[in-house]
Write a protein that binds this ligand. Structure first.
Ligand SMILES: [Zn+2]
Length: 422
């Protein structure tokens, strides 16, 4: 059921404007190009301009030169003395809508049906690099904030929009957002990534470990004059495979994420940057990168220690062998309980708007939400418009129907999560 107060705010959403804004933002290419220093600046400026027009408290912060974050606040009623309708509030809540302004490369433009940044509207879809991942989700949050602001209703807490840079890279934008203290009072976050408006309450974690085994280089005709690093690496990889089997047996299948995995994604002999491979040369070292995909319950530190144990055993066969092992990146898996208030607010909003039960799911990769959850313990839900499988593809598109629903979902979720002061 939708209350009359909610309906008043929903009525302020203008579908034509929503579509036009998604197109406008998609038309601003925001691929990060380290060679030229071009990136998110123009897209961020567009978002900041809209935020100021709406009347939000708007901050633009350079994360690194040319790569800004936009942070915009819609301040709620101060809670002291204000009575709140709806949600039973324990202390002040603040809800974050999170999105990134960077998009991945369009690849070869000749492969696209329409120019990659044309934002062509056809058959109920908007086509363009970044339309789906995730200019549309970002605009839906903006439009929701606009409707909430224009309605003049005092929400029981603050809403903050974080439009950050570098999600597709090292997540510098969201890390900066957290470091600046913006996340300190955020009590829940909706990550507006393309999930077909499903409620994704779990995310796989990731860990990358780079391993190098060093032996002694030799002529291929006289291998015994050296120490071959590849055989111990092969032994090590068999151990890694067994470790993966043990982890699967121990943790099973997560309802939304499936089973964990360990994948050797790079195996090089000689290592990258250590000379050209040659048919008759036994290189002096071998390199391997392991890509761990983690589900809730797995312990990244324990897995890294298990990798070291395997390496120690693999090189123990020859005293000329040695190894190095480096954890390059760890992003923990996340799980948000179904009864978290933000999940409940979204779930109720889905039912109110569509008459159907919400669909719950999980995110196979990590998102900026991973950082919010890991560093600040913020419960996160990933929920936004856009086909789940189309990000980064040629002819990327987003459904207009899903955009319309997402903007409305965000309005209702904010009102229900924060309550309304009277
Ligand atoms: Zn994305």
């Amino acid at each position: 059921m939708i209350t009359s107060a909610e309906q008043t705010v929903l009525d302020r959403i203008d579908n034509a404007e929503l579509i036009a804004w998604v197109q406008a933002l998609t038309r601003i290419p925001s691929v990060w190009k380290p060679e030229t220093g071009e990136g998110e600046a123009a897209a961020a400026a567009w978002v900041a301009e809209r935020c100021r027009e709406i009347g939000l408290e708007t901050h633009v912060e350079e994360v690194v030169p040319g790569r800004p974050n936009v942070v915009a606040w819609l301040r709620g009623a101060r809670l002291q003395g204000a009575r709140l309708q709806g949600a039973r509030l324990q202390g002040a809540r603040s809800l974050m809508f999170e999105g990134h302004t960077d998009v991945v490369t369009e690849g070869d433009p000749a492969l696209w049906t329409d120019p990659p940044f044309s934002a062509t509207l056809r058959d109920g879809k908007i086509f363009g690099r970044g339309a789906n991942d995730m200019k549309a989700g970002l605009v839906c949050a903006l439009i929701a904030l606009k409707a909430l602001k224009e309605s003049g209703l005092a929400l029981g807490g603050d809403v903050v929009l974080g439009a950050v840079c570098d999600e597709e890279g090292r997540m510098l934008g969201i890390k900066h957002f957290v470091e600046q203290g913006w996340a300190d009072r955020v009590t829940a976050a909706i990550v507006c990534e393309p999930e077909e408006n499903h409620l994704c309450i779990a995310q796989k974690g990731v860990m990358w470990i780079r391993v190098e085994i060093t032996g002694v280089m030799a002529h291929g005709a006289m291998p015994l004059t050296g120490a071959n690093a590849m055989y111990p690496l092969a032994t090590f990889l068999q151990g890694v495979f067994a470790l993966q089997e043990r982890e699967i047996a121990r943790h099973g299948r997560h309802a939304f994420l499936g089973q964990p995995s360990i994948t050797p994604t790079i195996v090089q002999f000689p290592p990258r940057g250590a000379g050209e491979p040659q048919n008759n040369v036994m290189p002096g070292a071998a390199e391997c990168v392991l890509d761990f995909r983690l589900i809730p319950g797995q312990d990244a530190d324990a897995l890294a220690a298990a990798v070291e144990t395997l390496l120690r055993a693999a090189v123990a066969v020859d005293e000329r062998l040695s190894y190095t092992c480096q954890v390059i990146e760890v992003r923990a898996p996340t799980a948000t309980a179904q009864d978290e208030p933000v999940v409940q607010a979204l779930a109720g909003s889905v039912t109110a708007l569509t008459g159907a039960d919400p669909i719950y799911g999980g995110v196979p990769g990590s998102t900026d939400g991973t950082i919010l959850n890991a560093r600040k313990g913020i419960p996160i839900v990933t929920c936004g418009p856009g086909d789940i499988f189309i990000p980064h593809h040629i002819d990327e598109w987003v459904s207009v129907e899903e955009i319309k629903l997402a903007a409305r979902l965000y309005v209702l979720a904010a009102m229900r999560y924060l309550g309304i002061a009277d």
